[in-house]
Design a protein around this ligand. Structure first.
Ligand code: ATP
Ligand code: MG
Length: 419
């Protein structure tokens, strides 16, 4: 019996890694432009951290977490809680009043695996702690928009405000009354949500529930003055930065810690898995986790979905680039090739060679397959004649490279320009 990977846990094969690196390095360079610093966080945390931050009555905490029940620890389903935990634990607020941080890594949720939905998936999480200013909210969306533009993926931005503990109770009451009037028509999950987390009914994926909530009261009409002003700053700043968006009064997000601004970047190219980035403001979270009163805003992007979008666009998976393949033939040729390969690598050329004594034909095939830019042919005869053949694999041009006795250095120098 062969052992296979767990359902929802995926190997990222060597040729796919190139696209992953494209996405990651693009993100890193844009994050640097916006002055974000990387933080690396553990994968395991106390279960309580997620229960207290994400919320007991959310899908994630209720049914998606991988928890070691006997140890009260959980594999992180998202990064914000851990990042805020680290922020408090290390007193990062003392060093800098406004922290701009990001982290990249795997997250774990026990949900139903589908295209773009895995049980181990990867996120880039970007967070700003210590500012309440709506201009930061818009800046976060501008950062994400720039990233998607540079990657060349088509997305649209949807925006909402969830209000704050001042304005939400009144809205919640009105929403509750509305939902109770539709109670019997709601799906099983939503009937439960009415009691535990009524806002979540608004973003139920069930088609019938969606129709039912069409006429539900809108949070945007219930914002208190402070939240309403804040939302205006966000919207004006988005306009100022030239970021297009549409309002979506049903967007509530699956985590309890959000308040005020919430947003998602959506694609129409991945079927049901439409969200490639989701985020919002969480002004009460730091305090809720035992830190000082500190506002915060952040978002998370799902890397699997971005890689899928690039693959669908026809962006090719890649190989490891190779400058030179040294084809050593015969005993002397093989020996010379072995030393030369190492010397060239020490000088920064990527080089491969064959160690199995294969024929010239088979080594040329290997060179072709590994997409080497150049091939250097060294057989016993070439060593004797002190000249090896260098072939440019793109242009098929050939030239002779002088091999001097014991003077590998000279050969190395003549090959360095290939880099
Ligand atoms: P969804 O509605 O797709 O379940 P979510 O609201 O649970 O997403 P968040 O927890 O906000 O998503 O995570 C942010 C982003 O992480 C999502 O927009 C998505 O791109 C990605 N993501 C979330 N869950 C998964 C998963 N199981 N597999 C792959 N990507 C995921
Ligand atoms: Mg989800």
């Amino acid at each position: 019996m062969k052992i296979k990977a767990l359902n929802g846990f995926k190997d990222i094969l060597p040729e796919e890694v190139a696209l992953w690196r494209t996405v990651e390095s693009q993100a890193r360079s844009i994050l640097q432009l916006f002055n974000f610093a990387e933080i690396r966080l553990p994968v395991l945390e106390k279960t309580e951290l997620f229960a207290r931050s994400i919320g007991e009555a959310t899908d994630i905490v209720e049914k998606e977490m991988y928890t070691f029940v006997d140890k009260q620890i959980t594999m992180r389903p998202e990064a914000t809680a851990s990042l805020v935990r680290a922020y408090i634990q290390h007193g990062l607020y003392v060093k800098k009043p406004v922290q701009r941080l990001f982290t990249i890594g795997p997250m774990f949720r026990h949900e139903r695996p589908q295209k773009g939905r895995l049980r181990q998936f990867h996120q880039i999480s970007v967070e700003v702690l210590g500012s309440e200013n709506g201009r930061i909210d818009a800046e976060m969306m501008a950062l994400a928009a720039l990233f998607f533009e540079e990657l060349g993926v088509n997305v649209s931005l949807e925006l909402n405000s969830l209000g704050c503990p001042e304005c939400r109770p009144a809205f919640r009451r009105e929403l509750l009354a509305f939902l109770q009037s539709k109670h019997d028509e709601l799906c099983d999950d939503c009937r439960r949500r009415v009691d535990t987390n009524p806002l979540r009914v608004l973003d139920c994926k069930n088609v019938h529930c969606r129709e039912l909530v069409e006429d539900a009261p809108s949070i945007l009409e219930h914002l208190c003055e402070v939240c309403s002003d804040h939302f205006s700053v966000v919207r004006n700043s988005l306009e100022q930065l030239g970021i297009g968006y549409s309002l979506n009064k049903f967007m509530v997000r699956g985590l309890d810690y959000y308040c005020r601004t919430t947003f998602e970047f959506l694609t129409t190219d991945l079927g049901a898995q439409a969200a490639v980035c989701a985020g919002g403001r969480y002004d009460g979270l730091v305090e809720q986790l035992g830190g000082p009163k500190t506002p915060g805003i952040g978002f998370a992007m799902g890397l699997e979905r971005l890689v899928l979008l690039l693959q669908q666009k026809g962006e090719l998976d890649g190989e490891v680039p190779l400058d030179l393949f040294v084809a050593g033939l015969g005993e002397q040729g093989g020996e010379f090739a072995y030393t030369l390969t190492h010397q060239l690598r020490k000088r920064g050329l990527s080089v491969a060679m064959d160690h199995e004594g294969r024929s010239l034909k088979s080594q040329m095939k290997q060179a072709d397959r590994s997409k080497a830019s150049f091939v250097l042919l060294i057989g016993d005869e070439e060593v004797d004649n002190r000249a090896a053949l260098l072939r440019n694999m793109k242009t098929r041009e050939q030239m002779s490279v002088e091999l001097r006795d014991e003077e590998i250095e000279a050969v190395v120098s003549s090959l360095l320009p290939l880099r």
